[in-house]
Ligand binder design. Structure first.
Ligand code: 13P
Length: 256
């Protein structure tokens, strides 16, 4: 039991046209659009943000983006600013996803700039951290996670910190069907909570949501969500269908 409201966020990655996205959120809204026990966020690709945002109007489901650039405007071909996301009524933005880190070379310093910019623009960052299989096998999981959390949150104030969401996503569990055991996940979540205590003090650290991500499904969610420091999920594959996403929201409701 904790005082933190559970959060279920769907990361659609590079999936869904605007029409597909609208159809998906219509089903999600019909099933859980009015509940307020669990915070629910969907993160479509940029091209579907506007139409999905319109389809969410009047519901409690929030809109998030999957990335953004830290500069306000200018010659950054292919990039999107915080103000552009705000103009489409996005409230959240995923930053530092492992796919951004590994395929697009994003490092902690660059991700930190985005975190700072998102907070300045009243966008809630969902900062992703997590080790690769090689890092876990060599025993450096906690060291890697510490570097990513401290690097990503550098310069974030105590006042801003409660709006930050951290997502622990072990890279070896993403899209592989290999979920971390509850013990593996809770160990890292508790470690992240400890880092947040050091950075922001205990009272603030207790307010920060730490999500688990990596092959989270309705079948494994109840056990994960029952852990003391697991405050929700960042969902990939299971967020692409209304039935499984709604079941995950219901699992979070039952676990609250
Ligand atoms: P899967 O749920 O498909 O493993 O993806 C997790 C993820 O990367 C969410 O950001």
């Amino acid at each position: 039991m904790s005082s933190r409201k559970k959060l279920i966020a769907g990361n659609w990655k590079m999936n869904k046209t605007p029409a597909d996205g609208v159809a998906l959120v219509r089903d999600i809204v019909a099933a859980i659009g009015k509940q307020s026990d669990v915070e629910v966020v969907v993160c479509p690709p940029f091209t579907a943000l506007e139409s999905v945002g319109k389809a969410l109007e009047g519901s409690n489901v929030k809109l998030g983006a999957q990335n953004m650039h830290h500069e306000a405007s200018g010659a950054y071909t292919g990039e999107i600013s915080a103000a552009m996301l705000r103009a489409l009524f996005a409230t959240h933005v995923i930053l530092g996803h492992s796919e951004r880190r590994s395929y697009f070379g994003e490092n902690d310093e660059f991700i930190n700039k985005k975190v700072i910019t998102s907070l300045k623009n009243q966008l809630k960052p969902i900062l992703c951290v997590g080790e690769t299989l090689a890092e876990r096998e060599s025993g450096s999981t906690l060291k890697v996670v510490q570097r990513q959390v401290e690097g990503g949150l550098e310069g974030v104030s105590k006042e801003q910190a409660p709006t930050v969401v951290v997502a622990y996503e072990p890279v070896w569990a993403i899209g592989t069907g290999k979920v971390a055991t509850t013990e593996q996940a809770q160990e890292v979540h508790a470690f992240i909570r400890g880092l947040l205590v050091k950075l922001f003090g205990d009272a603030v650290a207790q307010k920060v949501r730490i999500l688990y991500g990596g092959s989270m499904k309705p079948a494994n969610a109840p056990e994960l969500l029952a852990q003391q420091d697991i405050d929700g999920g960042l969902i990939g594959g299971a967020a692409l269908e209304a039935r499984s996403f709604v079941d995950l929201v219901n699992a979070a409701t039952a676990a609250k």
